[in-house]
Design a protein around this ligand. Structure first.
Ligand code: TRP
Length: 362
């Protein structure tokens, strides 16, 4: 959300508290309900993943998987056409996502990686779910509004308006209840909770067919792109995970800073410099303030050398594995095919349950 309203701040606080509680449950092997956790999260295949994704989401997904939480990772290919006229190089983007998932340590034996377009039963859930929402609710969704505004004067498509409902199907088809996302996705999680609640009440006489999922918020700060705006897949301002060490150096050398020589960590006043320090800090496990002192009068060029080294060292293993995997396209196809097939089974089971409770199992 670009401009959180006061009301959003209140709901953010509630989501934050729930997320903190969820973090505690995940970290306590004996916690009540620990065994019922199921993670579902994913990405739109609109471009290559970048260091912001690596720091804020990929690493966390691997941690959750390694802590034994059953995991689903969705490649939301239909969401690509919510805000644009064509799918673009979607096949390449999908393969790029799979490469980065595997290189980061998502293990297809333990995590189901799939594209929602390949799972008809998931998509069918959208029909009963659409009956549970109103157009006013969807039109109020702040993320839908922001995404519409970002398209310039494009008219609101039916898919952009209703994609939060489709996203609810993404989450509920596998009874996902832990959804690691950024703050901008909170309206969709809230919408999903409402859909689960209404489904149970209206169609299942109060039985819990769908549990209400919770957002798992990361505490990784937002990283700016090399142009000083938010780093985004589709903006060409990103340091991608697949970039070479030289490209990375070139991009960071060209990154926007400011005209003050002495380096300090002041996120409000010097956002570009602060973002570079934060990036290095996250890769090095160091405090950005301490890094600022270390660079001091070395200025922007010393800062950029530090960041380049931190990023390139931090990603060396990832990039090596990524390049190796890229040489085996047949393996990537197998991973997706098996993931899709597993998601398909899960979705069929859920849809059968939905037909049953709705009295539609003839
Ligand atoms: N909307 C998400 C994004 O833009 C991607 C996504 C699709 C997703 N379906 C999801 C995230 C389900 C979490 C759960 O990043």
């Amino acid at each position: 959300m670009t401009n959180p309203e006061p009301a959003d701040d209140a709901s953010y606080e509630i989501a934050r508290e729930r997320s903190d509680e969820l973090h505690r449950t995940i970290d306590d092997p004996d916690a009540l309900g620990r065994a019922d956790l199921r993670m579902l999260t994913g990405d739109r295949p609109t471009g290559e993943l970048h260091i912001g994704h690596y720091l804020a989401s990929l690493r966390n997904r691997v941690t959750l998987q390694d802590k034994g939480v059953e995991s689903f990772v969705i490649i939301a290919d239909y969401q690509v056409i919510t805000d644009r006229d064509a799918v673009g190089a979607i096949g390449d983007h999908v393969r790029g996502l799979v490469l980065d998932y595997l290189a980061a340590g998502i293990d297809p034996q333990r995590s189901t990686i799939f594209t929602h377009s390949a799972v008809p039963a998931l998509n069918q859930l959208m029909l009963p779910f659409l009956s549970l929402v109103t157009d006013a609710e969807l039109r109020r969704n702040p993320t839908v509004k922001d995404e519409l505004a970002d398209t310039g004067n494009r008219p609101l498509s039916g898919l952009l308006l209703t994609y939060p409902v489709h996203q609810a199907a993404d989450i509920l088809f596998c009874h996902g209840n832990v959804v690691p996302v950024g703050r901008d996705q909170l309206p969709h999680i809230e919408q999903t909770r409402v859909i689960a609640r209404r489904f149970n009440r209206r169609y299942a006489e109060g039985r819990v067919v769908f549990r209400e999922p919770e957002a798992l918020l990361s505490d990784a700060p937002l990283i700016l792109g090399v142009d000083g705006r938010k780093m985004a897949k589709s903006r060409g301002n990103s340091i991608t995970l697949g970039a070479s060490a030289d490209e990375t150096a070139r991009l960071i050398r060209g990154a926007r800073t400011d005209s003050e020589r002495h380096i300090t960590f002041e996120p409000e006043r010097r956002p570009e410099v602060a973002s570079l320090l934060t990036t290095a800090g996250l890769f090095l496990g160091a405090d950005p303030r301490a890094l600022a002192e270390q660079v001091g009068d070395g200025g922007a060029s010393a800062l950029k050398r530090l960041v380049t080294e931190a990023v390139n060292d931090g990603l060396a293993q990832h990039r090596l594995r990524r390049a190796e995997l890229a040489r085996d396209p047949a393996y990537l196809s197998t991973v997706l095919r098996e993931g899709n097939s597993r998601a398909h089974e899960v979705a069929e089971t859920t849809l059968a349950q939905v037909r049953e409770v709705m009295g539609m199992a003839y």
